[in-house]
Design a protein. Sequence first.
Length: 310
Amino acid sequence: MTSKLDQLKKFTTVVADTGDFGAIKSLKPQDATTNPSLLLKAASSESNKAMLEEAFARGKGDIGLACDHFAVAIGQEILKVVPGRVSTEVDARLSFDTNALIERSERLIGLYNAAGVENDRVLVKLASTWEGIRAAEYLEKKGIQTNLTLLFSFAQAVACAEAGVFLISPFVGRIYDWYKKSTGTDYTGAEDPGVQSVTRIYNYYKANDFKTVVMGASFRNLNQIEQLAGCDRLTISTELLKQLAEDTGTLERKLAPGNNAGEPRQSLTESQFRWNSNEDAMATEKLAEGIRQFARDQEKLEALLPAKKA
């Protein structure tokens, strides 16, 4: 019997949301994504001790640079076992500084290039703030492709498409979490607000011929993945990938270009973007929370580096 994972791969590019090389090898995704939380987990593993020490040495006292070296080292290892791309995230604490985001993104790509990795195998991850979207717009024109993460609202998706970013990562599970807590309802199937958000974005992009890739992220259960089967890409944790690999039930394609009419094309000014964001309590809260969480994990990662020197 064909597994649901193999069925999903027929119409959706499957991406592993992990820094676990062993899991990536066994599950064979096309791409892989990392973030500060996953890098912290990798840095805490004894098997990556030498890699962490080397990153600290290469940083030459600059902790931020050392972290970038470690992120790139993990990315290089991932690229040995995936045929496609790896996404590497810029320090979340820079999320409201366009110039700083550009500079750090260019440094990350420079480190990859110095290691022999071409631009077309890397996506630089930036938070979907107004500043992050503007940085991505600049980087895309310079040949550095981007993954706009922590995306929770339709306004963010509209602005990303207008900016010509390569890929967006709308967070299904975190949207679900917020509405479940807010309403007390345990949403299932097509009624899941996270599923509805990605479906709306996907249909809008296809109806208006935007080339930006939609990659659903942050899943809580298999049903959310099944409801978005057919989305351009889905980045999935190793636990859920294993569940898909073990399930031999039938997987129906839910999303496809032309299946549903999308909304008319929109264009947002900065003030309109900020107002629409302000009006969306869920998106405002989850974006801020996500940036804070990644910032704290970045700080924990930095704290591990001096410890290696001792």
